[in-house]
Design a protein around this ligand. Structure first.
Ligand code: ADP
Length: 307
């Protein structure tokens, strides 16, 4: 399994990863979800020894990555599918990787087959690969040493719908056989279909984590009234915390009954009252994403103004 404990990573005063703690367990696919810039890649880079942590601890298969005697046999890593020597063929890249790990060359055709790269594609130079082909090659390299743990950063990028389906089935099978899979994505729906557990990160901090089933079923109520300010006051008088959703309605961590009674006792007519049903996760994720998009807009706006 993978354990991340109180991990913090700072870059010259900027905190990219802020006190992050989570575990990815064997037999489960853990989805690491967050908008661009949330700190997913940084966390994964620390995990596999590419970047030192500012503080905190990460272990893979019970040890720090640097202490694994033959890391490729313990953990398969795909962080950047394009970080390959572009002048080599896919087959050469796998053969070199196999040699470094002390594996028989017969693993190469096995893995090419596993990721559905044809003989012809395997003999082309990587510079001529599509991003989807690079992702397949990267998966083949990650699986080469038959590791128990997989760490994959946005592996679905560049794959067509059939490729995404293929990847999903492969990861499912791998976890069902007892493997630990951590995969990141900035798309909720992409990860929702394959993950058993979710860790949601925004601006370097964990904002939610748990089993997908629990997160999607997260209790709560969606409520709206024409006079939103009065509704907010009534809820707060009743001791119920609320926060605005992106659709103008309020999200309240209470049952529909509690919310209904609070509104009725303040004499407020409601235009909507419903169980949040998992909308909470989507809503939370949209808010995270909206924030980053606003930041981007502000940034490009001020850049435009400066120019
Ligand atoms: P994600 O993978 O979720 O898109 P990253 O981990 O790549 O996010 O980045 C998190 C934040 O850290 C971003 O704001 C990014 O700009 C910043 N960052 C990442 N790497 C560096 C670096 N080497 N130097 C300075 N800032 C960095």
């Amino acid at each position: 399994m993978i354990t991340v404990e109180n991990l913090t990573k700072e870059y010259a005063g900027f905190t990219a990863v802020d006190d992050v703690t989570f575990t990815a367990r064997p037999g489960r696919v853990t989805g690491f979800l967050g908008p661009n810039g949330a700190g997913k890649s940084t966390t994964m880079r620390v995990m596999v020894g590419l970047t030192p942590a500012t503080s905190g601890e990460v272990t893979v298969a019970g040890r720090r990555f640097a202490d694994l005697p033959n890391p490729g046999r313990e953990v398969g890593v795909l962080l950047d599918a394009s970080a390959q020597h572009a002048g080599r063929t896919g087959r050469e890249i796998l053969a070199i990787t196999a040699a470094i790990m002390g594996l028989p060359r017969t693993r190469v055709p096995e893995m090419l087959h596993r990721v559905s790269l044809t003989e012809d594609e395997a003999d082309r130079r990587v510079r001529h690969y599509s991003l989807g082909m690079r992702q397949r090659l990267g998966i083949a390299a990650a699986l080469l040493g038959d590791p128990q743990v997989l760490v994959l950063d946005e592996p679905a990028n560049g794959l067509d719908p059939a490729g995404i389906r293929w990847m999903r089935d492969l990861l499912r099978e791998y976890a069902d056989q007892g493997g630990t899979v951590l995969l990141s994505s900035h798309l909720l729906h992409e990860i929702e279909v394959v993950a058993d557990d979710l860790v949601v990160i925004g601006r370097g901090r964990i904002v939610a984590q748990g089993s997908k089933a629990d997160l999607l079923a997260a209790a709560g109520t969606v409520v709206a009234a024409d006079d939103r300010a009065a509704l907010e006051r009534a809820l707060s008088t009743a001791g119920l915390a609320s926060h605005p959703g992106t659709d103008g309605a309020l999200r309240v961590e209470a049952t529909t009954r509690e919310v209904g009674l609070a509104a009725a006792s303040a004499g407020i007519p409601l235009t909507r009252l419903a169980d949040a049903d998992g909308a909470g996760l989507e809503e939370m994720f949209l808010e995270l994403t909206a924030d980053t998009q606003r930041d981007d807009l502000t940034q490009s706006h001020s850049e435009g103004a400066a120019a």
